[in-house]
Design a protein around this ligand. Structure first.
Ligand code: SAM
Ligand code: SF4
Length: 330
């Protein structure tokens, strides 16, 4: 049972750890074409520092970890880090989010190291669109990565598709149909407002409800029962006889803040209590000034205490986050 309970009685048992702000792609909704100003290497938390936070978190009830970035698979030593995380007492679920480019190479090793499952981001099945979106010619490599993840048993393999009106919304059904013949969980995610070159516009965001309706207009979806929080914020369904599932995540139009159980740690050692709030709590200094574990623990408790009740995307005064997902750790 977690000891980390916030001011609104939400139990925090899930931490997303960003291991790098670097990436081998430049998705238009996440990074400028020339990349971002990277954090100096010395300011990025070392693996032993990340492990210390994870251990202290686990002692206080963090039982689920997700590794992200930037692109986590570009950081040297990632497999060994996953191995060390998987050996922390109390960690019951260890997952990783990747763009899939290096997955073919790493899937087996990651599984052997103790990774339970994987989320792969893929927004189009059309090679030219993928090129335009990611500024990389990577569709085939990512598809091979998905196969490798399935073979390695990193299951359920989840495929995250960010739906952008006028760009890939005509592929919604194609993605949903993958779940009929593949055991993948296809998750449709609303396009979220971050401060990028491409420029987020509300009109380009299609609500999860609309995405679902488009599918249901073509074919019936059967709800999948899930334990609360077991599937995160996704509303889950499947087609009759399908091997996989589809899910809908609506961070923009219907916030799920009431059941938010997560804390984020950025690669440069800041705790973020909400994806859409620029409030950050530094933990790096304490890790490096000889502070004992009690101090680190107190910082975790403080971050949980100041976690906001909800985000304000749909309110008039909302400002786009000044950082992009690659910096925050999506
Ligand atoms: N590089 C890895 C990847 O792409 O999966 C992990 C980090 S990436 C920042 C995590 C997720 O954030 C990806 O699924 C990506 O599609 C998503 N993302 C980035 N910017 C977004 C935006 N503006 N709206 C919705 N999702 C976004
Ligand atoms: Fe890289 Fe992921 Fe951001 Fe794309 S979404 S630029 S793959 S960090």
């Amino acid at each position: 049972m977690t000891k980390l309970v916030d001011s609104y009685k939400r139990k925090i048992d899930y931490m997303r750890i960003s291991v790098t702000d670097r990436c081998n792609l430049r998705c238009i909704y996440c990074m400028p074409s020339e990349g971002i100003d990277l954090t100096e290497p010395g300011k990025i938390l070392r693996y032993e520092e990340l492990l210390r936070i994870a251990r202290i978190g686990a002692k206080n009830g963090i039982s689920r970890l997700r590794i992200t970035g930037g692109e986590p698979l570009v950081r040297k030593g990632i497999v060994g880090f996953i191995h060390d995380l998987s050996n922390i007492e109390g960690i019951q679920d260890l997952s990783l989010t990747t763009n899939g480019v290096l997955l073919g190479e790493y899937a087996e090793e990651l599984k052997r190291a103790g990774l339970n499952r994987i989320n792969v981001s893929l927004d189009s099945l059309n090679r030219e669109r993928v090129k335009k979106l990611t500024r990389g010619d990577c569709l085939d490599t990512v598809l091979q990565g998905l196969e490798a993840a399935e073979r390695a048993g990193l299951t359920p393999v989840k495929v995250n598709m960010v739906v952008i009106k006028g760009f890939n919304d005509d592929e919604i059904m194609d993605f949903a149909e993958i779940s009929k013949t593949k055991p993948y969980h296809i998750r449709f995610i609303e396009y979220m407002p971050f401060d990028t070159e491409e420029g987020w516009q509300k009109e380009k965001c299609i609500s999860a409800k609309d995405i679902q309706e488009r599918i249901v207009a073509r074919e019936k979806l059967i709800p999948v029962e899930s334990r609360r929080n077991a599937s995160g914020p996704a509303r889950r369904f499947r087609f009759e006889g399908a091997l996989g599932e589809v899910g809908f995540i609506s961070p923009v139009t219907e916030h799920f803040c009431g059941s938010c159980n997560r804390l984020r740690l950025t690669a440069d050692g800041k705790l973020r209590t909400c994806l859409f709030s620029d409030t950050e709590i530094d933990i790096r200094d304490a890790l490096r000034d000889g502070s004992n574990d009690k101090v680190i623990e107190d910082i975790l408790f403080h971050a949980v205490k100041v976690k906001p009740m909800k985000h304000h995307i749909n309110e008039e005064l909302f400002k786009k986050c000044s950082k992009t997902m690659s910096l925050i750790g999506g």
